[in-house]
Design a protein. Structure first.
Length: 241
């Protein structure tokens, strides 16, 4: 049985080998296919969108970068002399980060982390999607809370896909009896390689806020973008006196 190719890892290593113009084909069941330049994962701080910059400038103490990719966020945080741990499920991405100089990086599924505490936890680049399905989002937030120091912050990025269903008059056609409208299926292709399809979650802010409450977390809207994306800041609720 063929193994699932490490699309990101292969593309990142090609970039490091000097193939700067390669692209990853992103297929999503709700959208048209999109070509994603591999160079986007190697952007400098100055090349990052505003919402990433404002979050990176808020990082404090010991930082966990979840789904760190090629390590661009982790590298910037490390340059600011913070203690950053970068994790990713792609072995090739982890090797790439090591080659780029990220000091503390390892291959890991976020849900398996234990016995560490962080002052800042980052889920950037639509990182809420790691929950995959909305019914798993509470589990993901509870896991994040278990890794957070009492005064720490979780920054989580997502996009509200309601605009995909809106009519010209502003109304929206949603099948309330069906699956949540922000659950999608991704598939990645690179050169002649196809990855296995996988689920991803885009959650609207109201649902994120409600589920954060169930996970005993405060939720505030930290940044709202112009492309229906947003960043939420989550903090632990203080115990009642």
């Amino acid at each position: 049985m063929p193994t699932n190719p490490d699309i990101f890892g292969l593309a990142f290593h090609d970039f490091l080998d000097g193939k700067k113009d390669e692209e990853i084909l992103v297929k999503i069941d709700l959208f048209d296919d999109e070509k994603l330049p591999v160079s986007y994962f190697f952007r400098s701080y100055d090349q990052m969108p505003e919402w990433e910059k404002v979050v990176l400038d808020e990082c404090q103490g010991k930082v966990l970068d979840v789904g760190a990719g090629a390590g661009s966020h982790a590298i910037y945080i490390q340059e600011q002399e913070f203690d950053v741990t970068a994790i990713d499920v792609s072995p090739g991405a982890v090797q790439c980060m090591l080659l780029r100089g990220v000091k503390n990086v390892f291959e890991a599924d976020f849900f398996t982390l234990n016995n560490e505490k962080f002052d800042t936890i980052l889920f950037l680049m639509n990182g809420a999607g790691m929950a995959q399905k909305i019914h798993r989002l509470q589990e993901m937030l509870e896991k994040a809370a278990s890794l957070l120091t009492p005064d720490g912050s979780i920054y989580i990025e997502s996009t509200d896909l309601l605009y995909m269903y809106e009519n010209e008059d502003g109304s929206a056609m949603i099948n309330l009896a069906g699956e949540y409208y922000g659950e999608v299926i991704y598939q990645l292709e690179y050169k002649n390689l196809k990855g296995e399809p996988f689920p991803w979650l885009f959650v609207d802010y109201e649902n994120l806020s409600y589920i954060a409450e169930l996970a005993n977390l405060n939720c505030e809207l930290f940044y709202r973008g112009e492309l229906f994306n947003y960043i939420a800041r989550l903090t632990k609720k203080k115990p009642a006196n």
